[in-house]
Design a protein around this ligand. Structure first.
Ligand code: TRP
Length: 480
């Protein structure tokens, strides 16, 4: 056994996983990407991947963590040796570490904006302001590298402190209050947005679709977002799974995470787009969407500054409970592999990620347009980092699905899932074939040239994947 211990309460895993899943991804990223990609079609792809691909992979990822009881990289090393498979599967751990490092870098910058808005709300600076004033104040924030860097540093520092001191497991009690409170305030915001905005336009925008409207990169973004919002495919859930008690139900837990997470995103989306259409704002505004719309509702409400302040504090809480899950897997690896002390491991990870975060800071001002970077990559540095995670996370998820589907034995899976044989069969079919094929489909879909060869290509990918994985399957058969 490794050095990990098991969480004391059965429900803690669920709480920690929901804490990881619900965050800026739901409140900030989901609405802004949906707005940029024209609404309904984006949501359709997003929702399909959550339920057909996300949940089975969620189960698979928790399973790998709980079975190995190690941090992701060491866990995969352990599993490849106990299952006599190629060490290549360790890629899951390495890809995950790379994603964690990249996501944390920009996540912290955006969470820094929420810090700024907490101040604006509590001081009443935006009380009674109109859309134009609020927009101008946001632009002023983005134009200031020192301010953005300060907030970025404060947020990432606070997250590091929590993980470094090892008190993140004690955050349990905080989350028990924070999550319901966030939910209640979101409902209040929704009611106000409906009153002063245009809820039916928002609903039409979000829930009617024409798949042909979705750009090729939109497909990738929708799938990437469904992984991002569930904290999936990069080891965070695996690291938490390693601490999960052996008798909590995987299937029920995975469903609960997905349902709560999706509900929060939908409520935030409805509220934000009601305000967008009510105030005649642009749904494709980009990353600032949440920050130029929600303050509008708080500007109108009675006790708006107070409620707004509390709201942004809760957003920060939700963001911190997510950012600690980005630090944990990499820090746990450094501790296990190099025998570092916990604070050292956390510092190493966070300092590197902080530095990378400066790229995101500058991509809103110094490097905003017409720089060499834009010419080379056709997008901002922040855009490039997001694109990388949109590729890494589904890829990691696909490998997780294949490994769990093909390499784990029937007995191991049953021991983890504790369901009946038909649920097991359904799950295994999904992770062996459907999830990998869906990810392959979206990847191939984003390459325009392959349009005509799409179905045959997916077939080829699945057959090659299944064949490669089949070798482990045979090894397993011989043993039993
Ligand atoms: N899921 C979080 C959110 O929606 C972000 C996040 C936290 C995350 N941990 C992660 C994303 C691990 C991917 C992987 O805000």
């Amino acid at each position: 056994m490794s050095t990990h211990n098991v969480w004391t309460h059965k429900g803690t895993f669920l709480l920690a996983a929901v804490g990881s899943a619900v965050g800026l991804g739901n409140l900030w990223r989901f609405p802004y990407l949906t707005g940029e990609n024209g609404g309904g079609a984006f949501i359709l792809i997003y929702a399909l991947t959550i339920f057909a691909v996300g949940i089975p992979i969620l189960i698979a990822e928790i399973m790998l963590g709980r079975n190995s009881r190690r941090s992701p990289i060491m866990g995969m090393r352990f599993l490849t040796s106990t299952h006599k498979t190629s060490r290549g599967w360790e890629t899951i751990g390495w890809l995950g570490a790379a994603s964690a490092f990249i996501i944390l870098s920009f996540y912290s910058v955006i969470a820094g904006w929420a810090l700024h808005y907490t101040g604006l709300m509590l001081t009443g600076s935006l009380d009674g302001a109109d859309a134009e004033t609020i927009g101008a104040s946001f632009d002023a924030l983005l134009a200031s590298p020192p301010l953005l860097t300060l907030y970025h540093t404060l947020f990432i520092g606070a997250s590091a402190l929590i993980v470094g001191l090892g008190i993140h497991r004690g955050i349990e009690n905080g989350l028990r209050v924070l999550m319901p409170a966030l939910f209640v305030i979101l409902m209040v915001v929704l009611v106000y947005s409906a009153a002063i905005g245009d809820l039916s336009a928002a609903a039409t925008f979000l829930f009617t679709f024409n798949v042909a409207d979705l750009s090729l990169e939109g497909w990738l973004q929708a799938m990437g977002q469904s992984f991002f919002t569930l904290s999936l495919g990069m080891g965070a859930i695996m690291a938490y799974g390693a601490y999960m008690s052996s008798d909590a139900s995987l299937t029920r837990t995975a469903f609960a995470i997905a349902v709560v997470d999706t509900a929060v995103a939908m409520i935030a989306g409805l509220a934000i787009f009601a305000l967008v259409f009510g105030a005649g704002l642009d749904p494709g505004e980009g990353p600032g969407l949440m920050f130029v719309t929600l303050p509008l509702a708080f500007a109108e409400m009675p006790a708006g500054p107070l409620l707004g302040g509390v709201f942004f504090i809760l957003v920060l809480g939700a963001a911190i409970s997510s950012s600690i899950s980005l630090i944990e897997p990499v820090a746990a690896f450094l501790v296990e592999r190099f025998d570092l002390e916990r604070p050292q491991a956390v510092s190493a990870m966070v300092i590197a990620s902080w530095a990378l975060g400066l790229l995101t800071v500058f991509s809103f001002n110094l490097m905003a347009e017409d720089t060499l970077f834009h010419t080379l990559f056709g997008r901002s540095a922040f855009g490039l980092l997001e694109l990388l995670t949109n590729i890494f996370m589904p890829l990691g998820g696909m490998l997780i699905a294949l490994f769990a589907g093909w390499a784990l034995t029937h007995g191991e899976v049953m021991k983890e899932m504790r369901t009946n044989e038909s649920w097991f069969r359904l799950w295994r079919f999904l992770v062996r074939f459907i999830a990998p094929a869906a990810v392959a489909f979206v990847f191939l879909r984003t390459i325009p040239q392959v349009e005509g060869y799409l179905l045959p290509s997916i077939g080829a990918v699945v057959i090659v994947g299944a064949f490669a994985a089949g070798r482990t399957f045979l090894a397993e058969r011989q043993e039993s």
